[in-house]
Design a protein around this ligand. Structure first.
Ligand SMILES: [Zn+2]
Length: 305
């Protein structure tokens, strides 16, 4: 009797009463079974929630790591670029310094101001402030590099300018020999009186070649009183050269000659006591000392006034 009572307590009866005329149905349900089912459901739900939490936190961490990796890659690339730019700037600075020294260019070369401030930088494109700042530094370096390139381009232009000036500037010896009389006041070797010698006398052998000392137009060939057989070449910009006492003239008036071209031969025509070349350099018609014009090059021409 007591055993039956305990069994009844452990279970309950579920009665289903149909709405039609059929008889009600009763189902005896065990309380323990219900509890097990409830526990199972709660367990499954809790487990699922925990699993979901763990997996979602793992996913977030992976995503975070991926972003970090991306940032590091971006920073790595930036630092490499920055390093390359610094290296290039240093190299160009060295070249600029050396060239300026060689060419005798003093002071800094004026270039157009850097346009750093004008470069748009979108903060949103960068993952953090550090990356943004590095990018800004890169842009600054690029602007400096551009300035250095401009300075070198200026130097290149200056070299080309000097080259073209050098071509039309008396810049070499007109013949082989020894200077026996310089430019300036002297006692005339024949007339024995003080006079101004407007050129230099280069003593040489009879028939030694005489060369044009710069590109230019032959403006005179022929006999000149005192000078004998003479050639005059105009080099433009008011500069001309004169070659006198020649034994032979090898060019015609009106022709264009190049620097180093044979124009005549050394002789002793005109007022002369022996074979020599009387050589003059004139600027705007006035004879100047030819000595500085005997050995001019790209470097020396920079300091020529
Ligand atoms: Zn002379």
């Amino acid at each position: 009797m007591a055993k039956n009572k305990r069994r009844r307590k452990r279970s309950f009866t579920l009665m289903i009463i149909p709405h039609d005329s059929s008889n009600p149905r009763t189902h005896k349900i065990n309380k323990v079974l219900i509890l097990i089912i409830v526990f199972l459901i709660v367990g499954i739900i809790t487990g699922s929630v925990i699993l979901y939490k763990i997996s979602s936190s793992k996913l977030t961490r992976v995503k975070h790591l991926e972003i970090l990796e991306e940032v590091t890659e971006q920073q790595k690339a930036q630092l490499k670029e920055l390093e390359n730019l610094k290296k290039k700037i240093k190299e160009l600075e060295e070249v600029e310094k050396k060239l300026k020294q060689i060419l005798g260019i003093k002071g800094s070369i004026q270039v157009s101001p850097s346009k750093v401030s004008g470069i748009p930088l979108n903060l949103k494109t960068y993952s953090d402030l550090e990356t943004f700042n590095t990018q800004r530094k890169i842009l600054e370096m690029k602007a400096i590099l551009k300035e250095k390139e401009e300075a070198l381009a200026y130097i290149e232009k200056e070299i080309n300018r000097r080259k073209s000036i050098l071509a039309v500037t008396p810049s070499r010896w007109p013949t082989f020999g020894i200077i026996t009389s310089g430019y300036g006041w002297r006692i005339h070797p024949i007339f024995r009186r003080k006079h101004f010698h407007e050129g230099i006398d280069i003593v040489s052998f009879w028939g030694t070649p005489v060369y044009a000392t710069a590109d230019g137009f032959v403006v005179f060939t022929g006999w000149k009183s005192g000078y004998g057989k003479t050639i005059e070449i105009s080099h433009g910009r008011g500069i001309s050269t004169l070659y006198a006492h020649l034994s032979s003239i090898k060019v015609q008036s009106g022709t264009y000659v190049k620097k180093g071209q044979l124009i005549g031969l050394v002789g002793s025509t005109g007022t002369s006591i022996g074979p020599h070349l009387h050589y003059e350099v004139r600027r705007n018609g006035i004879a100047v000392n030819p000595l500085p014009y005997l050995n001019l090059d790209l470097i020396k021409i920079g300091s020529l006034k």
